[in-house]
Design a protein around this ligand. Structure first.
Ligand SMILES: [Zn+2]
Length: 384
């Protein structure tokens, strides 16, 4: 069997920069308490995420205090603060004790002219000034090019070269409104890398459902840092999801990832609860229904070898496998489930019971519980 779809024959560097605590919390209506922020930081550190973008210090108050407390945890991961290209904001960020700063300025004309009402030249100058100041304080600096995908490519190159000259450690390439496709992004990243010798981070939004695909495409083209959020939480339809990116790196690209994937589901559950968001049962990687098999053919195959309809075992992400008895169930799954409930069923009786099971599922529009199944069984085969 040839399951090596990836053109990558060698492991390629990858670093996860998780921004659940910054971009994730910017999702409409989402607020994390300081206690929740600390818990999320610890969970991400346990997974082994390389860098946490943990807040926006210029907001002051609880935001800045939470950042200081996260820094004091002494986690293994790098702690980064987000600021705009201003020396004042850099100073406020550094006062939180972080070891890394994201210094962000827009590079698209729509942002420069309509939002900031300034010029490309002024954006360049402010960025260079802020980066030079931050580097002189000895901190790691990522320079963000907000709305990169809608920016003039020549200006992005000019901006990146200026950032590099000012001492920046990497460039954040932002698909701020999630507007690019993976193949076009690959080409853009390749062209940028040819011109600018600076590590690239891809920050992808999910407006067209392409955030994870775009993040991975940019990584394939040589962007070694991937920005993520837990469950994909973020502005509008969110960002590339941490759990999707890590599992795709591991299973699609066969990369030797060091992240503890077994903590993905509990971490997603915690963040969803703190964000007051519901995780869809079919959400990739973490949905409760991903390892629930109902249809006769699938359930029968799962009993023989789960790999027939599962890309990896559920335990890898902290989920469990369930065989669901419902409208589409077959007699093999029904016999298996009744066996678990302590009732050995012969094939003939299973075939007689199955229509009642299906009628029940249709009538109630749901799967059957163990109690439901035993009830139907006892209707058919009364206790002696
Ligand atoms: Zn963003």
């Amino acid at each position: 069997m040839n399951d090596n779809f990836s053109p990558l024959s060698q492991p390629q560097p990858v670093y996860i920069v998780d921004t659940t605590l910054r971009d994730g919390e910017q999702a409409p209506g989402v607020v994390f308490t300081t206690k929740e922020k600390i818990a999320i930081a610890k969970l991400l550190d346990e997974i082994g995420v390389d860098q946490l973008e943990a807040g926006t210090p210029i907001m002051g108050g609880a935001e800045a205090e939470a950042l200081k407390l996260i820094v004091k945890l002494g986690l293994r991961t790098s702690i980064m603060a987000w600021c705009r290209a201003s020396i004042n904001e850099v100073k406020v960020g550094l006062a939180c004790g972080v070891d890394a700063l994201e210094i962000s300025a827009p590079t698209s004309d729509i942002h420069i002219v309509q939002k900031l009402k300034t010029s490309r030249q002024a954006v360049l100058e402010n960025m260079v000034e802020a980066v030079s100041y931050a580097k002189a304080q000895g901190v790691y600096v990522s320079v963000g090019a907000e709305d990169t995908t809608r920016s003039d490519e020549a200006f992005v190159i000019e901006y990146a070269l200026a950032a590099k000259k000012a001492g920046a450690d990497r460039l954040r390439y932002c698909d701020t409104v999630g507007i690019i496709d993976p193949l076009a992004l690959c080409e853009r990243i390749r062209r940028l890398r040819e011109k600018v010798p600076l590590p690239i981070e891809i920050h992808a939004h999910n407006d067209f459902g392409l955030a994870t695909a775009n993040a991975l495409a940019a990584w394939q083209a040589g962007a070694s840092f991937i920005s993520t959020t837990v469950t994909g939480l973020g502005e509008r339809s969110g960002n590339a999801a941490l759990e999707e990116v890590i599992m795709a790196l591991k299973h699609i690209f066969k990369q030797p990832v060091i992240y503890d994937t077994s903590k993905l589901k509990p971490t997603c559950n915690y963040v969803a609860t703190a964000a007051n968001r519901i995780i869809s049962v079919s959400k990739p990687i973490i949905g409760e229904a991903l390892f629930s098999h109902e249809s006769g053919i699938h359930a029968d195959a799962a009993l023989k070898n789960p790999a027939t309809y599962e890309p990896y075992p559920p335990e890898e992400v902290g989920l469990e496998r369930h065989l669901i008895i419902g409208k589409h169930s077959g007699s093999a799954a029904l016999r298996n489930r009744l066996g678990e409930l302590g009732i050995e069923l012969d094939k003939a009786t299973a075939s007689r019971l199955l229509p009642a099971v299906r009628d029940f599922a249709i009538k109630h529009k749901r799967a059957l519980t163990g109690t439901d199944i035993i009830y139907l069984y006892e209707q058919l085969v009364p206790r002696p």
